[in-house]
Write a new protein. Sequence first.
Lengths: 237, 237
Amino acid sequence: MAKKRQARFTTEDLEGLPELEDESPMLWDESRGEVQRRLLTAAVRCFASNGFHATTTRDISGAVGLSPAALYVHFPSKEDVLFEIIRTAHARALAAVTDPALTGIEDPVRHLWALVARYTEWHARYHVAARVSQYELAGLSPEHYEQILETRHRTNVVFRSAVERGVTTGAFAEVDVKRVARAILSLGIDLVRWYRRDGSDSPEQLGEFTAQLALKMAMTPDLDLGPAPRPESTLAS
Amino acid sequence: MAKKRQARFTTEDLEGLPELEDESPMLWDESRGEVQRRLLTAAVRCFASNGFHATTTRDISGAVGLSPAALYVHFPSKEDVLFEIIRTAHARALAAVTDPALTGIEDPVRHLWALVARYTEWHARYHVAARVSQYELAGLSPEHYEQILETRHRTNVVFRSAVERGVTTGAFAEVDVKRVARAILSLGIDLVRWYRRDGSDSPEQLGEFTAQLALKMAMTPDLDLGPAPRPESTLAS
DNA sequence: TGTGACTTACTAAGCGCATAGTCACCTGGT
DNA sequence: ACCAGGTGACTATGCGCTTAGTAAGTCACA
C-alpha cells in the first residue's frame, strides 16, 4: 500500500504560505520564457516545502495550471528542473560577491564587511530558492552535482581570500583563515534554515548584523580564559 | 518509464565512505535490541547520503542483511524510523547542553564557552545523524514534526538565556541577545553540512574554536566603520 | 491572399516499473 | 508447544515519462 510520498503540504497550501515567500520569481534569466519561469518558481516552492523526491511532476505543473506533460516541453526531466534552480542560485550568489563594486574595495575591513553583508542579504532575499540549493543537492545527478561543487569552491575562495588579506595586512587579528572563513560562510548560509520574510529582520538588517559578527570574528584576538576553572574555591586562600 | 529514485550512492558504496563515518552507532538507547540499533544506524547512513524519500526499505534492511519485511518487525513504518532518528538526536543534543555540569557554571563567560563547545562537539561527533535531523524534517508527519519543534525551542532557550545572562551581568557587550544566540546556534549546527571525520578538525578542536568565536561575538562591542566610504578621495582636501 | 509545410505549446491517457507495506508461513531456542 | 524474529511472494498504488494527437501561430511562395 504505497503511501503518498508526502502530506504535510498540499499544492493549495503552498499559495500564500508566508515562510515560502521570497524573491525567487526574480531569479531566472530574462532569456527564459514566461512559462519556464513560472514552472521554476513553482518548483522552488514545492521542493522547499516537501523536498525534491516528495514533489511530483504533477505538483509542479499543476501549480501553474498545466498538465504534467507540459513540463517536458520545457525541461527534459524533473532532475533538470532541480538542476536549473540550484545552478542559477549558486551562480547568482557567486556573482553577488564577485561584483566589481565589492572586489574594488581597498580597505580589508570594509571589504569583508561588504562581502558578508551582500552574501547574507542575498541568501535572505532568495531564502526559499537558496534553501533548495543547500538541502536538495542529493537529488542531483553526479555530473550536475560535480558542477555545483565547483561553483561552491569558487565562492569559498572569495571569502578565504578576503579574510587572508585582512590578516596579512594586519587589519585583522592573527586568526585561522580557513576556519574563520568557514564560520562566516556558515552564518551567511545557515539562515536559509530559519529565515522568514515575515520575521523581524529585513535582508539588509540581517546582512549588516552578520557583517558585524564577521568582523568581530576576524578582528578580535583570541580570549585567554585563564587558569583551569577549579570547580569550588572562589577566593579562599 | 519511472526512473529509480536515486543512483548517486548504492548500498555497497555506503560501506566505509569516509564522510558517512561518525559515532551514531552509539546514539541509541540500550533498551533497544541489537537489531533495531543496527537498523537505525543503517538508516542514518542511507538517509544522510540519499535523503529520506530516495531511500527504500530494501536499502535499510539490506544494509544489515535482512529482508524488507524484517523492518516491520521492529518499526511500524519507514517514517517511524526517521522519527526515531530525529527524536533521539534532538533529545541527545538538548541533553548535552542541559547537563548540570554545564548549567552549574557561574561565570557567564565560561558558561557560554562550555555550552558552545559542547554543542558543537556533539554535532561534530554525530554529524551524520545530526545532518539527517536537520535536513530531513520534511519527511516527518505533522504530529512528529511538531514534537521536534518543541525540543528545538527548548534548545534555543538554553542558548538565549546564556547570552542574556552575560549581557545583564555586564560580562558581555550590549549585544542583541536573540540575534547573537541565533548566530551561535548557526555555527554549532551548520557544520553538519560539511564536517567530515577524516578532516583536520577533531570534534574537540572544532568545539573549542567555535566557542572562541561565540565569545568574540558576544563580548566585542559593535565596530563603527566611521563615515561613509566615499569612493575616490583619499586625503585630498 | 490563400495554402501547405512546419513549429510551438499544450493535453488526455496510460505504460511500466518501483515501492511501502502485508500476510501466510517458517524456524531455532527455551 | 510456543513464540519472537524473520522470510518470500504479493498487493495496491504512486509516479516519471512517453505517446499520439490538437490547436494556434508562422512563413515561403504562387
